[in-house]
Design a binder for this molecule. Sequence first.
Ligand code: NDP
Length: 515
Amino acid sequence: MATVEQQPAAASTNGRAGQISVENPATGEVVGSVPNRSAAEVAEIVARARAAQPAWEALGFEGRGRIFTRAQKWVIDNSDRIVATIVSETGKTHEDAQLAEIAYAANAFGFWAKNAPEFLADERVRSASVFVRGKRLLTRYRPLGVVGVIGPWNFPLTNSFGDCIPALAAGNAAVLKPSEQTPLTSLLMAEMLDECGLPPDVFLVATGDGEAGAALVDEVDFIMFTGSTATGRKVAARAAEHLIPVGLELGGKDPMIVLSDADLERAANAAAFYSMNNGGQVCISVERVYVEAPVYEEFVAKVTEKVRNLRQGDPAGGPGTVDVGAVTFAPQVDTIDAHVKDAVAKGARVLSGGRPSGDGPGRFYEPTVLVDVDHTMDCMTEETFGPTLPIMKVGDAEEALALANDSPYGLQASVWTRDTERGEQLARRVEAGAVCVNDAQINYAALELPMGGWKTSGLGSRHGAGGIRKYCAQQTLLVTRFAPKRDLHMFPYRARNTKLLGGLLKLVYGRGRRG
Ligand code: NDP
């Protein structure tokens, strides 16, 4: 067991509740412990980051990019160690850690190093206004200062540290408050950046519980939050008190719509994978399926067979030994089980799984397929965040669409059909920030594509140009080089000038036809 006491606050004051133990959810073994930072300690950590930020900004894109290139290599060279750390604190499989975390970080360092200079370059602007003719008009981006990132436990690298990468690329310092369930990966990332030559204090980790997260909101210039909609609302309300901008990536209830002309074998493989990968603990998991009646029976049979064959357990045996890992967050077992029991009590049938599993101290939930479900059941309306797949029969695509949109969430969705043109038209009518046709989740790997939720699934987006511009203040510059001593519109107002200006406005804007 490792006791981690990294990056202590400069003059540590009254630590609130001492240490937080970190447990391996697959075995119950304690694998580390980290300090539970008090609000005063969080403030000190942010102050250190603030002091380090100007020199980091001054390094420029090239200087920062060099460190990112080293970090990219470090991630690949040390991938076994990173995977082992992630697996030890989440209980997820090696493959889930490799696919969604190592691959993400390695790609992200390269992507932001390459694209930050272009996304944040000065932009020359042309204007139709007669008042600014001949003037130089520009917009530019400047880092905000210190970006705070509050992360969840399902992806301790991707959804926590991952948001720090563009923040740092823009020239901000970043302070990360990881979930108290999974803080070890963030501390490893701090060690990595240190070895890669990041100047001291530019990236700091403030370990602790929810109160440490709340304290971070009070100190930073931008807060990026990933987690539940309920906590997201609290974070947004607290940020509003300081009038700082927020980015929120919250819960989802992603629908999958399977039309009768779909490639059923591919759709069934995808349904099993994208609902159960990472133990179903993915904000963009397939959480509910609507299948057109003519192919419903065949689709259900295929999915059930695939889910029954999944191997679940402690991933300690290494790569290829299990498909579905543990439930990372203890209370989540109760949420998953409550959704399954609620569905069964209201008439649903369990075709596979349906219970917590494992006879040891580890936490698991059996990969579960539910049918005869409807929207009176929590499993179809609330985020389950576990290895469950409720499948509902629908009359046609319009019914599927109406049910897909019957949700307070709007993170992602997918449509499955061989008629990709029709699929795309249907996708455009789904109320979600991202919709795939004949695919799911994999859009997240393309950092060029913005990713953000509609409705209660979030505010703002990550990835794409917007994913780094949000960490900057935009500044407009107007430069006048050649000009008279007094412009026509300046004091004193004279009737002749007013008439002249009126004529000018008529000339420029008054020539279009009416009606
Ligand atoms: P939370 O949203 O409560 O936690 C996310 C992060 O916020 C954690 O780091 C947490 O710290 C921190 N936090 C908690 N309270 C506050 C606060 N008042 N101010 C600032 N930060 C705070 O998620 P949970 O871990 O409790 O999971 C609850 C549900 O959220 C899950 O059942 C799942 O449905 C959903 N979820 C969604 C995710 C997504 O990717 N969209 C990811 C994870 C969960 P700490 O962990 O120390 O409490």
